[in-house]
Design a protein around this ligand. Sequence first.
Ligand SMILES: [Zn+2]
Length: 419
Amino acid sequence: MKDLLQIDGPRLWASLMDMARIGATAGGGVRRLALTDEDRRGRELFVRWCHEAGMTTWTDEVGNLFARRAGDDDEAAPVMMGSHLDTQPEGGRFDGVYGVLAALEVVRALNDANVRTAKPIEIGSWTNEEGARFTPAMLGSAVFTGAMPLEDALARTDAAGVTLSQALDASRARGTRAAQGVKVDAYFEAHIEQGPVLEANGNTIGVVTGGQAIRWFDVDVTGVAAHAGTTPMRYRKDAWFGAAQMSLDLERALARYAPLGLATIGQAQIANSSRNTIAANLSFTVDLRHPDDAMLDAMERDLRAVCEAAARARGLNVSVAQAWSSPATPFDAQCVALVEAATKRLGYSHERIVSGAGHDAIHLARHCPTAMVFIPCVDGLSHNEAEDALPADVTAGANVLLNAVAARAGAYAAAAAHA
Ligand SMILES: [Zn+2]
């Protein structure tokens, strides 16, 4: 295909707004938790639209929902697009659903242009991406790619004690096809950025190069409890002030990794806290992120060094224990290049960007060649009822998806072949 293909922007927007009515909240957002009645209705609407576009649909044994447009070589591994239809409890109209409906719009546009592809094209809508009802997040794609055993996923329970297995039956989402061992030629996911960078830089498209590495730590600081009124300051071993120094020293030390290196202390707890007792035991969490594993190694060394130095200076004990980690996930160079080439040919302003959030594509990247397309979201807001995106950006992202997927799938104009 030499010519640029174009999606129908108003049609995609109308589908997004139709889907946003299912689980619509008073605040203008959407509540469509995984495998609830709202999720079932959302899936049924999507399936109806897929059938109208001539696709076949099915679900697998963990409820991942697929739609397929046949290719000339129907035995070939499919080029897949996708994302998720579930939302946060007070979620927005674009997180996840954009990637699913942009994928549907890609198929509609190929149909309209009478374009055929050598490879089949499939859409995957992954179960329980948000992690708001069942943990972990990205559960369906984790099972699909073998990162999580099926039995483990099925046994997960929500806050009411309902297992994922029961919820699959209640929402009629359980399928018979095996969730694992499915060959995929390549996977492309369009998503709102969920951060402020593209908007701040005035760019329409983020060419996503991968997911960043994440490490979680538990830091425990131990001092000596003592009376707040009788202990002179110089005799104290105060875990609170020690932890405060560690926090600020960490922030200062990590400045040299800006803007890519990120550190967050999201939880802190004083054991047996009392307003008139010097804190003896304080624990806090640290979340460190960087796109490069080696740089994250260096950040971890800095974290340990500042904690030990502050503890030594104050006569405290400190332990820094890693609680969880996920390595950097670089996307496939060829797939990223297809996204970038499509973006340039379409004439959209763009930049290369690393995904700060988790996505199904991070799991898929360990299963098959993968890339993502980001579009800006207004004020960088996501996981928020006010989440918004501009129609022009919604159209642009889907156009990039269309042309990247068409190139990967071997698209050609069927009408021209018969002329
Ligand atoms: Zn999402």
